[in-house]
Design a protein around this ligand. Structure first.
Ligand code: ZN
Length: 238
């Protein structure tokens, strides 16, 4: 049997809040109980939102809780070469296109399960005259993505109906979370993803990208969302 490799992947946008700490403890205990490795990844891709010193503060918190990680920490901010290669791989399959829509232009679209707008595919067949390329999107289809979550049970999503073509590179030039997480889970040879249920709706998008990139799919376990009074005043993480 393959060796269990779990991970914890916080975003350094501030100190580790209660919900993230629960995800850390859950992924740590699951890895240790399986005799596996527990890796760490700093999801510091969203540089405008990263807070100076937050990454170090998170590491100190994990240490204070007695949770030691295995191997080197992966920093997403240093991995743009790998993300660019993955995007090129999708582009070679004719799966990506430039989108010139502003947030306002798609504001009347329906809402997906995570509250984000369902992209209506406006730029799929080329940019309208006078429009500038902003983001890069990946084409999705009505193939139903089924997966088994070890806590939440069997789930499925029709990406075309519920999400639409989604962003891989943002208008500000940063690679999107969905692409980075898939590339990094494969790079770190993660067999099991244990994380908060706030990311449950992202999982089908990630499985879709794994399939198109020829990457193995880890098992998924989404912990019920945990929050305290301080967390509830915060906006969702992404
Ligand atoms: Zn567009």
């Amino acid at each position: 049997m393959e060796k269990y490799r779990g991970r914890f992947a916080p975003s350094p946008t501030g100190p580790l809040h209660f919900g993230s700490l629960v995800a850390a403890v859950g992924s740590y205990l699951e890895a240790k109980s399986r005799g596996g490795a527990w890796l760490l990844r700093m999801e510091d891709l969203d540089t405008p939102r990263a807070q100076p010193g937050a990454a170090d503060a998170i590491l100190r918190t994990l240490e204070a809780c007695g949770m030691a990680w295995d191997g080197d920490i992966v920093y997403q901010s240093r991995r743009s070469v790998a993300y660019r290669a993955a995007l090129a791989h999708l582009e070679a399959q004719g799966l990506v296109y430039a989108c010139g829509c502003s947030r306002r232009e798609i504001a009347d679209s329906g809402l997906g399960p995570d509250g984000a707008l369902i992209y209506p595919g406006t730029c799929r067949n080329g940019l309208a005259p006078g429009k500038q390329a902003r983001a890069i999107r990946v084409c999705v289809d009505h193939e139903r993505i089924d997966f088994e979550d070890l806590v939440q049970g069997n789930l499925n999503q029709d990406l075309a109906a519920e999400v639409g073509d989604f962003v891989l590179r943002r208008a500000d030039g940063l690679y999107a979370y969905q692409l980075a997480v898939v590339v990094d889970d494969a790079e770190q040879k993660i067999t099991d993803v244990v994380r908060g249920a706030d990311l449950l709706d992202s999982t089908p998008r990630q499985i879709y990208l794994q399939r198109r990139l020829g990457l193995p799919a880890p098992r998924y376990l989404h912990l019920p969302a945990a929050s305290n009074r301080a967390d509830r005043r915060r906006a969702p993480r992404r």
